[in-house]
Design a protein around this ligand. Structure first.
Ligand code: CDT
Length: 303
């Protein structure tokens, strides 16, 4: 069987002033714990290296760019790659990516990477469903300016042959969209890695605040089951700069069942033994796309 020990490395709050080196050492300490538990892979949250900076309206580009990475690994993030090599672990994590494209244009994305133990980049994804707004909305207790600071990902929803199976990634708000998981499912993904920063308070519809944990698990469990894939969902959790973020980091089987779950809102590592062959239970039966899917009747989905 194709069995992996998968670890989810939940992070507690990251302060606005916290240095990359401090977050990186919190992450490497979770990697050590993962290695003690014989993990093959550790998954970290969205924008793991910094505080969730889209909660602030900023106009000074230098101030904004201080939250972005221009190289990976950099001097500050190299210890993650060194730890992976030393411990024989693959890892994935999210970060703000600033890059210059072939036309000399500066581009900024909300990105995640899957890195092999030897430092090779196995998979890269740039977030497609950017939530929130573009302008300063002063009525909000905090902003959600992802649409201002990032552009829509331009890499599609790639799936790579990696770690003995087929691996895809998505980021935070992507998990709420069935299209995200179906794009990965149609490529026969067996493992979907995703990180999130989800505030408890949703200013446009505060009547749903008490449902944040429910909607988080509802989306990820449905995505896992309806596509017969393992899902690893990892939070940045806790009270970050006065903003409460949900936890609920979990590992979900292709049946949609949660098999491991964090119980705190701080730095915490959970592991599960994940047999990728279990995807067949779903992908060859109830959701055998070749036999049962009816794309001729789904035209509206792409209009
Ligand atoms: N980071 C991220 O995508 N967060 C959103 C918050 C809700 S929309 C403002 C999420 O979907 O969890």
């Amino acid at each position: 069987s194709r069995t992996l020990v998968i670890a989810a490395g939940q992070l507690g709050p990251v302060a606005r002033k916290e240095k990359r080196s401090s977050v990186v050492s919190r992450m490497t300490s979770l990697m050590e714990t993962a290695a003690d538990r014989n993990a093959d892979l550790v998954v970290f949250p969205e924008l793991a290296l910094t505080t969730f900076f889209p909660r602030w309206y900023m106009e000074d580009q230098a101030e904004i760019d201080a939250f972005f990475e221009t190289e990976m690994p950099s001097e500050e993030t190299l210890p993650l790659f060194d730890a992976a090599r030393r411990l024989g672990l693959a890892f994935s994590f999210g970060f703000a990516e600033k890059t210059v494209d072939d036309n000399g244009e500066t581009r900024r994305f909300n990105t995640s990477l899957l890195v092999a133990p030897d430092g090779a980049i196995l998979l890269k994804y740039r977030k497609i469903h950017l939530p929130g707004h573009r302008e300063n909305e002063t009525w909000r207790p905090f902003q959600h300016l992802e649409k201002r600071y990032f552009e829509t990902g331009d890499l599609g929803f790639p799936v790579a042959e990696a770690l003995g199976g087929r691996v895809g990634m998505c980021i935070c708000n992507d998990r709420r969209w069935p299209e995200t998981f179906r794009m990965l499912g149609l490529q026969k993904a067996e493992l979907v890695l995703l990180g999130y920063n989800t505030p408890v308070h949703y200013p446009p519809a505060p009547e749903h605040d008490h449902l944040q944990d429910f909607h988080n698990h509802l989306s990820m469990q449905a995505g896992a089951y309806q596509n017969g894939t393992w899902v690893v969902g990892v939070a940045k959790a806790g009270c970050e700069e006065g903003c409460d973020l949900i936890g609920g980091t979990c590992i979900i089987a292709p049946t949609g069942e949660i098999v491991a779950r964090c119980s705190t809102l701080g730095d915490e590592l959970i592991t599960a033994v994940c047999n990728l062959d279990r995807c067949r239970e779903i992908q060859d039966n109830i959701f055998d796309f070749a036999q049962h899917r009816q794309p001729r009747h789904y035209g509206l989905l792409v209009t």
